[in-house]
Design a binder for this molecule. Structure first.
Ligand code: ADP
Ligand code: MG
Length: 348
């Protein structure tokens, strides 16, 4: 779908490992005060003074987490960074450094890795984090990317999954289900393209959801906004696997239950129309779709006036005693137990 037959192909062997690392990382500059030493030694050196460190890693595997037939490499590089920064923000922390490790098969020319690193560069520039190292090796099949993100947070600001209390409000940022519906559209276009390679996909009606899938944004703004509003969530998690699974994580870790209201789940109009077109239930999509990289958190009721009316936040339910269980309250006012279907990387 996005393959360009005329692109030049420089074999990776032409540069050698060290030449390749230099080539891919030369454009990256250190900007964070906490980075003492970045790329170029045996290890990076960081100094966080009195802050607590937040460290998180994700591994992305071709054919499992991404499909290069519709995922441009530049977007993949960007998304690999976002996935990790999102975990840092979910701790209510500020992200400051990343490492990027790649394993590549000889199927990839230098130009492919340049595109990948262009996406990584855009992300690190925009989110103001330093690329401070990584590792580069070969793979016998496909591409693997592992990103580690490092952040900082003061002791009194850190938010875990385990602090939700009965009567707390359940709040979500942004809207849900877009990334999953974007993936449905891209999968459909891929199938059409296989049958008729001359067919040019018209993605115009789906721009928002396709962007949610290909170019997600981690919610860097939320920890900052919460601080400004004087709200410290009692628990927080990012939405990578779908609302249902994330709510259940908070409930399990906090030892509580919850009532989630179906009619409160925020959906973009494009998600609703595309769900109709694909004959999918939009609630199911929001609950199980995943990859939205929004934040889900709980706040004490006292803090409600501080977030009320803010377009970034939607109150979608409240926390109950553990004995009440975790439920979806449907539009028809019936209660259904929440199940974690989650992201299907282990399904075949
Ligand atoms: P070592 O042999 O100690 O593992 P390398 O030769 O692999 O060192 O790496 C040299 C430097 O380049 C190190 O600072 C390392 O963190 C960095 N580096 C290696 N691969 C990458 C990559 N893909 N992206 C960013 N930095 C990298
Ligand atoms: Mg190495």
């Amino acid at each position: 779908m996005i393959e360009d037959k005329n692109q030049s192909r420089t074999q990776l062997e032409a540069l050698g490992e060290f030449g390749l690392i230099d080539h891919l990382t030369q454009a990256f500059k250190i900007t964070q005060e906490s980075t003492i030493k970045g790329i170029g030694d045996d290890a990076a050196v960081l100094d966080f003074a009195d802050k607590q460190l937040v460290v998180t890693t994700d591994l992305l595997v071709e054919g499992v987490h991404f499909d290069l037939s519709y995922m441009p490499l530049k977007h993949l590089g960007y998304k690999a960074i976002m996935v990790n920064l999102s975990d840092v923000f979910a701790m209510n922390a500020k992200a400051s450094q990343v490492t990027v490790s790649i394993a590549v098969s000889n199927r990839f020319p230098l130009e492919a890795l340049e595109a990948l690193y262009a996406g990584i560069k855009t992300a690190t520039d925009l989110y103001n984090v330093d690329l401070i190292g990584g590792d580069t090796t070969s793979s016998t099949s496909g591409l693997l990317i592992s990103v580690t993100a490092i952040g900082q947070v003061s002791k009194q600001d850190v938010v875990y999954r385990n602090g939700a209390k009965p009567n707390d409000l359940l709040v979500v940022t942004g809207d849900l289900g877009g990334a999953y519906m974007g993936l449905q559209v891209l999968e459909r276009e891929k199938a059409v393209f296989k049958v008729n390679p001359n067919n040019q996909p018209d993605l115009e009606p789906y721009t928002y959801i396709v962007e949610r899938q290909l170019k997600p944004e981690a919610r860097k703004d939320i920890p900052v906004l919460l601080k400004e509003l004087g709200v410290k969530p009692t628990a927080m998690i990012d939405i990578s696997d779908g609302l249902s699974s994330e709510i259940l994580h908070i409930c399990k870790e906090s030892g509580v239950g919850c009532d989630l209201y179906e009619n409160k789940i925020p959906l973009d109009p494009q998600v609703i129309t595309t769900c109709e077109e694909f004959q999918l239930d939009s609630t199911t999509v929001a609950l199980n779709g995943g990859e939205d990289y929004e934040l889900l958190f709980t706040i004490s009721q006292e803090d409600f006036p501080k977030i009320k009316g803010n377009p970034n936040f939607t109150v979608i339910g409240y926390i109950t005693e553990a004995s009440a269980g975790a439920h979806l309250v449907t539009r028809a006012d019936t209660k259904i137990a929440l199940k974690a279907q989650g992201w299907k990387s282990f399904e075949k």
